[in-house]
Design a protein around this ligand. Sequence first.
Ligand code: PAF
Length: 281
Amino acid sequence: MQTLRDLPSLRTAIDAMKSVGRPVALVPTMGALHEGHMALVEEARRHAGHVVVSIFVNPRQFGANEDLDAYPRREAKDAQMLQAAGVDALWAPTPQVMYPEGYATNISVSGITEGLDGAARPGHFDGVATVVTKLFNQVQPDVALFGEKDYQQLAMIRQMVRDLDMRIEIIGVPTQRAEDGLALSSRNAYLTDEERKEALALPRALGEAARQMEKGASVEAAIAKAITMLSAHGFEPIDYVTLCDAVTLEPMHVLDRPARLLGAAKLGRTRLIDNIAVEPS
Ligand code: PAF
């Protein structure tokens, strides 16, 4: 596996991959890789002859009070995992390569980014859209893979690719979970042992609310129960528990089409998110 840190070497490597005529897949990450990322890599290998993984902790998607400096960084271990998984190239640009002196362009997707995490984390999705556009332009992949755990991010990227006529197939990969059901996330590393136990209340509250809605309970009542359960397990603040249209992410008050129940809340200093499909009967 090649590790590439500047654009000329990346372009040479991508040209060589493309010259043999096999599609290139990109798995964008911020590192601190876990089984969730490795599931994206595995899926990428099913769709393309070459797999490129990027690791870049993108400062533009962190708010002023967020954990940019504390965000886990362990590139050597990540590189070993990627090498063992048969990845062709690791694209690991420095912040200066990504945003050189004088950088001035911002990509912003409206509508779909305005509620949920977009409301709780102003500027976050502009940062994601901007870096993902740059990664797409740099790597020129045929296919790119994103986890469903960041459901709003995935929906925004699909919208952006449609709107900007990008010739890239976007593949969403189901959330990978620990045996007890907690969604895998690099941020789980911040949880204390006690918080790790309480964290399970998030997938359980969403799962229980989804089942109730599917059985005909009112959306409002099921969400209220989920919020009560999260509070009882120490989540504070609860940013949202919201039922949304599965594609547009418009809020829904009646389960009359395929939907997604999304939740975000803080446990101690760790902000957790999760989501689950909810199907009308
Ligand atoms: O999901 C992530 O890890 C990041 O938001 C992404 C897509 C790599 C952009 O920095």
